[in-house]
Each structure stands twice: as structure tokens, then as C-alpha cells.
Write a protein that binds this ligand. Sequence first.
Ligand code: HEM
Length: 395
Amino acid sequence: MITPVRLWENDFARDPDRYYDALRAQGPVGWAELAPEVTAYVVTGRRAALDLLHDEVTFSHDPRPWESTVADDSPVLGMMRWRPNSLFADGAAHVRYRTALIDTFALVEPHDLRERVHRAVHLLVSRFGPRGRADLVGEFARPLMALVFNGLFGLPDSQSDRLDGALGKMMEGGAQAAEGEAEFGGYVLELIAAKAERPGDDLPSRLLEHPARLTPEEVTWQVFLTLGAGHEPTANLVSNVLSRVLGNPDYYSTLTSGARPVMDAVVEVLHHETPLANYGIHYARHPLSFHGTWVEEAVPVVISYGALAHRARTGGPKDASHLSWSAGPHACPVKQHTLLIATEAVERLTQWLPDLAPTKPREQLTWRPGPFHRSLTALPVRFSPRSPDQPGEDA
Ligand code: HEM
């Protein structure tokens, strides 16, 4: 019996590559634990990942047969339990939810999104700018996403901390996961009840009006998914980009001088340090041999976007594109919006604070535990103090 690789250990957060090497040593489909005693197959081979992601006949996204095999208080349930949303649906139900989400997001104009990001950066820099020091995770990347998403979803800025706190606990998949899931659920329920009563120019109101005629309950679950899927990975994408470029002053100066576009740094992170490290969770509809491994039904089969990215770094085919947005019918439907948010956030911040410098070497930064994400706990920096309202500046 192969020993499962324990992706829930703190050391996984410290040194994921060692764990990905151990998984890869087992072949394209390895065996891991997502939490103590919660086992899963983990796909680290590119061919196997693509085969799985495109095969809706053999594999399902519906976790319910698995759920009946795990403890009610398992910390991974927040991220894995079934809900009537796009991520956990197959076939026609999936197309209905996904189409409603895509159509709704298509109504968000890039210039509007750009402006929202600029406004949020301005607000955050006005808070920490005069101090000359900040934590770019806790004071920038995370609150930035909460501000941008709250705006898109029709909530005031004052609610951002509540959203940020609840989602953080759920995504870590640890002792506070159930509490975070409950807080986040309450948050979304209140939001949809308010929009059903008084629609506005926001995503939930448009989802409620979509011709797919989602019920208010279904809209609640799509919003639950979208806020969760959007906030955490995008905040981590931004902080991973910032930590990479700030850790390399030469690289940073090519970005601030405009010699290289920020998009290069974003794409580099998607290749080497993708924020959604292990997800894309499928379940075999019947037992089968898959790329050399016997796969039982009702056991999660996880795609390791992190291991696939790591492979690109350590000598995979040079032309291999990363799979950080996934592939096939469930691939991230909001990729363009995300790229715009991340690039604008980094660009705007570095325009305001061009001499950002990390106060710790990159090797000393710490990462949040959890099998699903690649997420810094903090990114402390210093810079010349400034206020965004300083006269004569037009950043
Ligand atoms: C604006 C921010 C984002 C939103 C609103 C969003 C939304 C979504 C939604 C609704 C799905 C489910 C699609 C379906 O089931 O058909 C999804 C899937 C996915 N998203 Fe995103 N996403 C965002 C940002 C990101 C980021 C930053 C990443 C990582 C780089 C990412 C990676 C993925 C992946 C890998 C999937 C496939 C599902 C899976 O692995 O289980 N997304 N996203």
C-alpha cells in the first residue's frame, strides 16, 4: 500500500515542491491526504490531467457519494461539499448555471472593473501610505479583493472585512473552517434577500433577472461560489506576484520602468506558483484503471495545478502552457476579468509606491497551511511614505 502524501501538513505550505516530487514519484496519479484520514488521488501528469478534465462520461463533479464517507466535521467539507452550483454540477445543470454566470460577468465592462480596482488601491494606499510600511497581504491584496468584489456584488465597502475574514477561515480548511463557512453563508443569504427585494446595478441582481430563471436559492449558491472562487485565489495571485517581483530588484525595476509589462509577472506566477494549487475535484462514476492507477468511485480525484506548474519550472516541455485556469467544461469562466484585476492592482500600487522593498528575504516569508492554496500569510514591505492625495501627483 502506498503511503499517502500529507498535503495538510504545515511543511507542505513551507516547501510544496518536496511534496509534489513525492507525488510525482508515484506516477501521474498519486495518493494523498487532504486532511487527516481524508484520502484522494492527485493528478500530477499533464496528459492525465487533460484526459480527466475533458472526460465528463467517466468523471463527475458531484461529491455526494464521497460525502457520505467522511466525518460531518471534516475541515475540507467547506471547500468540497455539494451545493447546487456550477462547480458541483454535471451536464445540463452545469451548462445552465455556467451560462448564467458567464452572461452576468460579460456585463462587467473592463473600464468599470479597472476603475473599481483603481478606487480600491487608492483607498488602501491612503490608509497605509503615510506610514512608509505595510503588509501587502493583510493591508493590500486581501482587502483589495473584498472591496472590488463587494462593489461588483452591490455591497458597501464597510462590509469588506467581514467577507475577507469568513473566506480566509474556510479556504485554510483547518479548525475554523466550519465557522468561516457558516459566516460566509450568512453573508451571502443576507445579500440575496436584499437584492431580491431591491434590485440594483450589480451581479446578484443580474443573476436574478437572467433568462435561465435561477431561483433565489440557486442565485445564492452561484454567488457563494463566485465570491469564494474569486476572492481568495485572486488575492493570492496578487500577493504571489508582488512577492516574486519584490524579491528580485532587477526584475522589479523592469516592471516599474515599463520595460516589461506586469502581465509577464502574472503569467510567470501562473506558471510557477499558482494560487489555486490543488482543486479540480472529480469522482469516478465507476472504478477504472486510469493512467496506471486503479481509481475507486466515491474517492476524490484532485488536479494538482501546483504540481503541474512546478513541472513547468523543473524541466517540463518548454512550450507547455500552465493549467492554472483548468481546462475543459469547468475551466475558470472569469479568466479575463481576473487578469485585468491582478495586473491593474500591481500596476497601480507600484505607480503609487515605486520604491517598494521587502523587509524580509523571500525564503523567510511564511505560507498559510491547507492543501488547496498557495497563499502567503504576510508580505511586509517598506517604502517612502506618501499619501495618494499629495498635490501634484497623478499616479
Ligand atoms: C474574478 C475572479 C474569479 C472568479 C469570479 C472565478 C470564478 C470561477 C467559477 C465560477 C468557476 C467554476 C466554473 C464551472 O464550474 O464551470 C471557476 C473555476 C475555476 N477557477 Fe476561477 N475565478 C476567479 C479567479 C480565479 C483565479 C485567480 C484562479 C487561479 C489562477 C482561478 C482558477 C480556477 C480554476 C482552476 C477553476 C476550475 C475549477 C476547479 O479547479 O475545480 N480562478 N472560477
